[in-house]
Design a protein around this ligand. Structure first.
Ligand code: SPV
Ligand code: MN
Length: 624
């Protein structure tokens, strides 16, 4: 590339150039120069933190047809292409230098080949478009947790979403001229027809961890394009690995216990398994619903929300089950809905929202009517299962006061859970940090969902809910978790939850509101307020404690029969799970730590002993 400044002068207006050069960091100038040289945009917009710049982004998203305004003037809808409705795990690849490997669980491609390929794909990709240059900060500003990010995109929808989801960082970049640890994101939607990416068959997301850059093209779906979300997570996991902290796919919330005390918890559930609804549970306060950074500070585990907004699944959000979100989505708080139905009256409608189904409207397939089928004759639902809403956290009535605390919050509990029909009980506390990391985090399984492309409903290995985003070998990641807990004075308690237990007819065994009770029980356990029953797989609640909690928080009479069904220890399923998971680690995780196999063997022995004594399906009362 020619001289950086002359390249910038060729593409940027004097105003844009002045805004860019006000950031006194030559790495930033160089990255932008390389991007314009590659993508050859018609125009470039440099976005500062000023409200007029931010308004310009939203206005253009609508003017250019990437979003459509709804009846409530602060609401808009964006549609992704029919085949571009979720994260594309198979097309998301790490660029790995020759001779290196990240292990068999991660998609990778030779770095030189990959860079050459993406240069071909992205060359001239913005020729008749405007390039947007944005600056953000992951985590609270000016904190130990902060990571600055440059996002370049040709999608006003992506840029607008990021306004709702992240902390603007233009001024931050100006304040930190010497920052070398920047994440770089370059995205192009590629060719658009009716504002939708049409090159989805040739889409790709390439993670170049050598330079902390991620490139994404021919796609619009937020999970593939919003650099600060899952693309930055992959880079953050590597940064965390080298610096001794954790970058996690975890919500962050405060459970409010007796006498006004607050206990902060993080929780890792795979996509579409209840992270948002847990962090929004009535009575609790939310810090974040998807991504957390955890650090040990003064021998305590402290965490922040990486983001400042929610990109939440809207399917089945209803007035009854999600009163807070419902209220927000029906208010004038700014929101982008994606891949929902727009009714003839200009309101968004989604699956299982408890309202009457409108006969027609517009959705991701174009004009829609009841009974419309796709090219294979399959009926097209009124909205996509992975339809979403994007909002900022500020303005939520249940927002926790600590969102912007540069020191984060002290964590009392860490929760793992997934879509598990038949194995785990609703809540279990691990015996120790190591036991939790291995038998809960590293053993997590969940049914696949519409959040990723491909078939739904299949049991998948989902360690720590983070496998899709891992950028280091899995064994090393587990060792990092084990090590993390070693330097802590009071380790957070680790819990496993299961909201998705089903009976033989597929009926869920626990109500949606019960998650509040499991959280309150965890709070009591963390503070040593209640005893628990020791089972072969961990500590579970005593019936009387749950009965009191159901009465106190939900005014429900929790029956001993429900307790017995939900908390029955299902030995054959638990044994099968160990066999399944141990096999994966033995066969495909060459760097798995030895302690993992020891802990599996101990759990196996405890389960077999219980089976000999009490049989296959054990009523929890047997362990008292
Ligand atoms: C998830 O799928 O886990 C999400 C949405 O939080 S995405 O941005 O697609 O990752
Ligand atoms: Mn997520």
């Amino acid at each position: 590339m020619k001289d950086v400044i002359s390249t910038l002068e060729k593409y940027l207006s004097p105003v844009g150039l002045a805004k860019l050069l006000a950031i006194p960091n030559s790495d930033v100038h160089r990255f932008v120069a390389k991007a314009v040289d590659l993508c050859e945009p018609m125009k470039v917009f440099v976005c500062t933190d000023a409200q007029e710049d931010i308004d310009y982004i939203r206005r253009n998203a609508i003017a250019r047809g990437e979003e459509t305004e709804l009846a409530i003037d602060t609401h808009s809808v964006h549609f992704d292409g029919f085949f571009d409705q979720a994260r594309d795990v198979a097309s998301t690849k790490y660029l790995v230098p020759k001779g290196e490997s990240l292990g068999p669980h991660l998609e990778q491609r030779d770095r030189d080949e990959g860079l050459a390929h993406l240069n071909r794909r992205m060359k001239g990709s913005m020729r008749n478009k405007k390039m947007i240059i944005r600056f953000f900060c992951l985590g609270p500003l000016d904190s130990e947790f902060s990571i600055p990010v440059v996002q370049i995109t040709d999608s006003f929808y992506v840029a607008h979403s990021e306004d709702l989801l992240y902390r603007s960082g233009y001024e931050y970049f100006k304040r930190h001229p010497d920052d070398k640890e920047i994440f770089w994101m370059l995205h192009s939607s590629g060719k658009l027809v009716q504002s939708v990416s049409i090159g989805w068959q040739k889409r790709g997301v390439y993670i170049d961890f050598k330079t902390n850059a991620v490139y994404s093209y021919n796609t619009q779906y937020a999970g593939n394009t919003i650099g600060l979300k899952k693309l930055a997570l992959r880079l953050a996991i590597r940064k965390a690995d080298s610096e001794g902290w954790l970058a996690e796919h975890m919500f962050l919330m405060a459970v409010h216990g007796p006498s006004g005390r607050k206990t902060y918890m993080t929780g890792a559930f795979p996509s579409s398994c209840g992270k948002t609804s847990t962090s929004m549970v009535p009575g609790a306060t939310i810090v974040g619903d998807d991504l957390s950074y955890l650090r040990v500070i003064d021998e305590k585990v402290r965490a922040v929300n990486v983001e400042q907004g929610i990109f939440g699944i809207i399917r089945s959000v209803s007035k009854k089950d999600d009163p807070v979100i419902w209220e927000v989505l029906n208010s004038r708080q700014p929101a982008i809905f994606s891949n929902v139905l727009i009714t003839e009256e200009g309101y968004p409608h989604w699956l299982e929202d408890g309202r009457e189904i409108p006969p027609r409207g517009v959705n991701h397939s174009g004009p829609w009517w009841i009974g419309k089928v796709d090219e294979n004759g399959e009926e097209i639902p009124l909205a996509h299962k992975n339809a979403r809403y994007t909002i900022n956290l500020n303005g939520l009535p249940n927002l926790d006061e600590s969102l912007e605390d540069p020191n984060g919050v002290e964590i009392g509990g860490i929760i793992y859970g997934g879509r598990d029909a038949d194995t785990w009980v609703p809540v279990t506390q691990s015996f120790s940090w190591e036991h939790g990391v291995i038998t809960m985090g590293a053993s997590l399984e969940s049914k696949s969902t519409a959040a990723t492309l491909g078939p739904s409903g299949q049991r998948m290995f989902q360690p720590f809910s983070n496998l899709d985003f891992l950028s280091i070998p899995l064994g090393q990641y587990i060792k990092n978790h084990l090590e993390f807990g070693r330097n802590v004075q009071k380790r957070p308690c680790i819990f496993a939850v299961n909201y998705f237990q089903q009976d033989e007819n597929g009926k869920y065994l626990t109500g949606k509101d019960a998650k509040r009770i499991w959280l309150q029980w965890m709070d009591l356990r963390i503070h040593g307020d209640v005893k628990a029953i020791q089972t072969p797989t961990g500590y579970i609640p005593i019936y009387d404690d749950l009965k009191d909690l159901f009465k106190k928080y939900l005014n429900q009479d929790y029956s001993i029969e429900d307790y017995a069904t939900q908390f029955t220890i299902r030995v054959p399923e638990l044994l099968e799970k160990i066999y399944r998971i141990e096999k994966i680690y033995r066969e495909s995780v060459s760097d798995a730590p030895d302690i993992l196999f020891t802990i599996f063997a101990e759990q196996l022995a405890r389960l077999k002993k219980a089976q000999d004594q009490f049989g296959d399906y054990i009523n929890p009362a047997k362990f008292i």
